[in-house]
Design a protein around this ligand. Structure first.
Ligand SMILES: *Cc1c(COP(=O)(O)O)cnc(C)c1O
Length: 492
């Protein structure tokens, strides 16, 4: 008896984790376990299960940073126990955030006097930044309407149908009608002419995207600005612009410094950017910058004093980590203009290598633009035999995560595959991906016709007058239903 007791104690302290009882039982999934377990066993078991997640470096679906320098990783780990909101206790961290705001405001050409502070705040990502920007527009519009003695209960916002889901969230959560400009085949961004047509007296702002999530294309903010100026003059309204530069805000200043999309345009009142996309920081940081103090209504700013001195805050969450803010400052000073420019140029060149590789297969139409966010979006020229979703599926076998998705209205019949080029996606990986896509095409060419597609085509025989476009729509719909039934949305 004594022996077995010793045996069970040594189970914990001496035996390897894999010989212990902790790996012999299933882990709690819904109810907390009765007893504790040793830390090394907990670590090992969770770590092992996580091996089945995809490799973030091969996740070509995401814009979000997956690699940082070891020095910065160290800085982040060193500050992981700092709650950002304790600004009085961590004045240096607060100051680093303010320096980031100033640097980004200047990068976006905010009209600041020498030494004047930028107006903005660090957020968890562009989604939070967009909620804050939208709230500022809504409040300003309401205040104006109230002062004019006009109704202020039906605010709307004008965007393209290509907006990222966070705009739909903003509209839903904060009760603003979303008026979307429809897309069409071959044109996948907001048409500024149509956007301005949708503007009415209840429009709180027009949101333009610098770097559409779907194909990386920059919307024409300058044209939008000019058309809106004209409309404002005619109507006496004061509609202005927000630029969602989540992905493009750290691209355009380095690759296309002449492009006027930012505070150089008078109607641009606020801009958001994701620090965790091409700002080159791991997930958890975004920025919202306003043109002037007047563009951020004072009544939205809360002043708290329970942590020490008076602290102004305008965020949705109270507590959050400091590491991402510190990491953003690291990247800004470590890389400087030169460093960001080199990285963005490299990403762009790798995107071009991939694009040319895809074109040389003769099978794809490229639906991204050369001068947008460095990504390649492409669709099959002929998707009657097999579909983009199937290519996406097959590429997983090589370890690549390449999403396939359908375009929003009115281009739902178009399916695209999208590869986002991040700084850690090297030329060698780009070349390798082309090789693997070629292999996938060969394999798919050799397969017998897919029974799913045959069914779609046969069902068409009863309706012989379908145009090729209608057939394509049916096939896309069928695939979409088939694929969506078995996997979560991948585009982010
Ligand atoms: C990624 C993205 C967002 C959302 O940004 P998060 O930082 O992930 O919250 C919003 N708009 C556009 C255009 C994006 O690409």
């Amino acid at each position: 008896m004594v022996l077995s007791k010793i045996g069970s104690e040594s189970d914990v302290s001496v035996h390897s984790t894999f010989a212990s009882r902790y790996v012999r039982h299933s882990l709690p999934r819904s109810k907390m376990g009765e007893n504790s377990m040793p830390k090394d066993a907990a670590y090992q078991i969770i770590n092992d299960e996580l091996m089945l997640d995809g490799n973030p470096r091969l996740n070509l679906a995401s814009f979000v940073t997956t690699w940082m320098e070891p020095e910065c990783n160290k800085l982040m780990m060193d500050s992981i126990n700092k709650n950002y909101v304790d600004m009085d206790e961590y004045p240096v961290t607060t100051d680093l955030q303010n320096r980031c705001v100033n640097i980004i405001a200047n990068l976006f050409n905010a009209p600041l006097e020498d030494g004047e502070a930028g107006v903005g705040v660090g957020t968890v990502g562009s989604s939070e930044a967009i909620m804050l920007a939208g709230l500022a527009f809504k409040r300003k519009w309401q205040n104006r309407r109230r002062a004019e003695g006009k109704p202020f209960d039906k605010p709307n916002i004008v965007t393209g149908a290509n907006v990222q889901v966070c705009w739909e969230k903003f509209a839903n959560y904060f009760e603003v009608e979303l008026k979307e400009v429809k897309l069409r085949e071959g044109y996948y961004v907001m048409d500024p002419v149509k956007a301005v047509e949708l503007v009415d007296e209840n429009t709180i702002c027009v949101a333009a995207i610098l770097g559409s999530t779907l194909n990386g294309e920059f919307e024409d903010v300058k044209l939008l600005n000019d058309l809106l100026l004209e409309k404002n003059k005619l109507t006496g309204w004061d509609t202005s612009i927000h630029v969602d530069a989540a992905s493009g805000g750290f691209i355009a200043p380095f690759l296309y410094p002449e492009l006027e999309w930012d505070f150089r345009l008078p109607l641009v009142k606020s801009i958001n950017v994701s620090g965790h996309k091409y700002g080159l920081v791991y997930a958890g940081i975004g920025w919202i910058i306003w043109r002037n103090k007047e563009d951020l209504p004072e009544e939205l700013i809360f002043h708290i004093n329970y942590l020490g001195a008076d602290q102004p805050t305008f965020t949705l969450n109270f507590s959050k980590g400091s590491s991402q803010i510190i990491a953003q400052y690291y990247q800004l000073i470590r890389l400087g203009y030169e460093g960001y420019k080199n990285i963005m140029e490299n990403c762009h060149e790798n995107a071009m290598v991939l694009k040319e590789g895809l074109e040389s297969t003769g099978r794809f139409n490229i639906v991204s633009k050369d001068n947008g966010v460095p990504l390649v979006a492409f669709s099959l020229k002929d998707n009657l035999r097999y579909n983009e979703f199937e290519i996406s599926d097959m590429l997983k076998r090589f370890g690549w995560i390449v999403p396939a998705y359908t375009m929003p209205p009115d281009a739902q019949h178009v399916t695209v595959l999208r590869v986002v080029i991040r700084q850690d996606f090297s030329r060698t990986l780009a070349e390798r991906l082309v090789i693997d896509i070629n292999k996938v095409i060969k394999q798919l060419d050799a397969l017998p016709r897919n029974s799913l597609l045959i069914k779609v085509e046969l069902s068409g025989e009863e309706k012989p007058k379908r145009t090729p476009l209608e057939i394509q729509k049916d096939i896309t719909d069928t695939w979409k239903k088939f694929v969506m039934a078995k996997k979560p949305k991948l585009v982010c």
